[in-house]
Write a protein that binds this ligand. Sequence first.
Ligand code: PGA
Length: 234
Amino acid sequence: VLESLKGVSRGRLHLAVASTVNYFAPRLLAIFQQRYPGIGLQLDVTNREQLVRMLYDNAVDLVLMGVPPTDMEVESEAFMENPLVVIAPPDHPLAHERAITPARLADEVFVMREPGSGTRQTMERFFTERGLTIRYGMQMTRNEAVKQAVRSGLGLSVVSMHTIELELETRRLVTLDVEGFPDRRQWYLVYRRGKRLSPAANAFREFVLTEAAVIAPPIFFEAGAKPSHESNPG
Ligand code: PGA
């Protein structure tokens, strides 16, 4: 016990997270760091494809991601809900429609993340599972770029709710009320099966599994809804 406590107070922890997880990971790290000030933390932020490679190369202690690998022996533990939503600019004609069918979206152009993105993979699956084809618009490697593109009217997109909390709050983007959305996925803590976790990695794993969902839960906004001061005049 003494040995492992010593490990926790001194260790180093190398984490890699999906670009989408980056929207809440620093909040978790801030609290974890307060509790374990002696642990040196390194955070890499990248897309799913690179995260899978890092797991394969045994290059990191732990990975936080939305779509764990299926072709590799890994431990993956869900720790929080990851709702995916369809986003649009507030003045989009669909913004005030209710129960939009996925088929209706086949007429819309979609701003896409790059092919290595887990978000893109999930979005493509949603459409192909329903026999629908996506009309591919511009492709961008950053969630921030996708959000700006959608805001500028370049198309719709599907993103994790965690990436757009500020834009929803300030009404720069809205979520569309599409049947099947929010697509309620999960966030996962992932490491290679059989990997011996360091005391620092064990402490972080325990922390994420028990507390992440309390510290950084997704905030739900009613799809297409007007902010309360607009819908309640006077
Ligand atoms: P990504 O993140 O779209 O940046 O790959 C999401 C995920 O890991 O699923």
